[in-house]
Design a protein around this ligand. Sequence first.
Ligand SMILES: [Zn+2]
Length: 348
Amino acid sequence: MKAITVEPKKPGTARYEDFPEPDEREGSVLVEAVAVGVCGTDVEIVEGKYGWAPPGKTRLVLGHESLGRVIDPGLNSSLKKGDLVVGIVRRPDPVPCANCAVGEWDMCTNGQYTERGIKEIHGFMSQRWRIEPEYAIKVDASLGLLGVLLEPMTVITKALEQVFIIGQRAYWEPRVVLVTGAGPIGLLAALRLSVRNFEVHVLDRAESGPKPQLVRDLGATYHTGSVLDLDFNPDVIVECTGVGSVIADCIQKLDSGGIICLTGVGAGGAAGKVVADMAAAAVLKNNVIFGSVNANKRHWYRAGENLKQADRNWLRRLITRCEKPENFQQALERQPDDIKVVIQFSEI
Ligand SMILES: [Zn+2]
């Protein structure tokens, strides 16, 4: 079969190449790839900044935003041939730490977790892949290609769950929420917040393209420019740009008793290294300002429900480009009106 692979930490090594069939030890469920979403983490891995090959190997199959069709459900599985599935990304560490021991691998405290397509386990950008039945999430068949949005939805499902859990520390009636960054994560955050009767604002640097109307179609307000120029103080900010200066502005703009959820690690921007370090620590260690990374099975299940309930026509507009696997390099290059780019391995 063919797969998109990379030698981690070495830029310029990504290839679409012949690759052995998936190892049966990777799971008893055999899946035919339908599509894999591309995100900033994939770009970082291809640029040689991040990523780890499986132990004893030099190359890693890329891709963690999966969607596939079951070819062989194997034994001990409630799945059927033809079911659409998405693979959970993270696996608990082998020790395990207390969080991994109770299935909260998203909160892993020793950092020895593994992640498909990122850290020591092959990803999903191969024509066929295998998965353990307990890590395969069945996708509602009517979602079709939109199932590829499930992984980004899990990120926001966890992040918002955490916001409202933290809110319980005091009497709290949040009313005004701001989402910074109108990429896939930001737009999915706005979608989930808009169904909860908040006054939702989204800020992004794009002044044209599909983003402003996508936001307005949720009944939310679209802004460009600086967070500091907004004429309100949000009770909740969901920060999805990961830009240091935007994070610094958000900290300054947040209303008293408010909560900022960081989903990106704060690289770049005028605020410099201090904010970047603080944001990286917050996101990657789930510290309070607070940061949120990854998701556990509860979030994956709930994200599937959230996706099923969402307006299909609105969701469809988030997938702005489908590329063939042989053109994966184009898929990794950001174009101005891109929201979510997917690599499509087979028809649906
Ligand atoms: Zn752990």
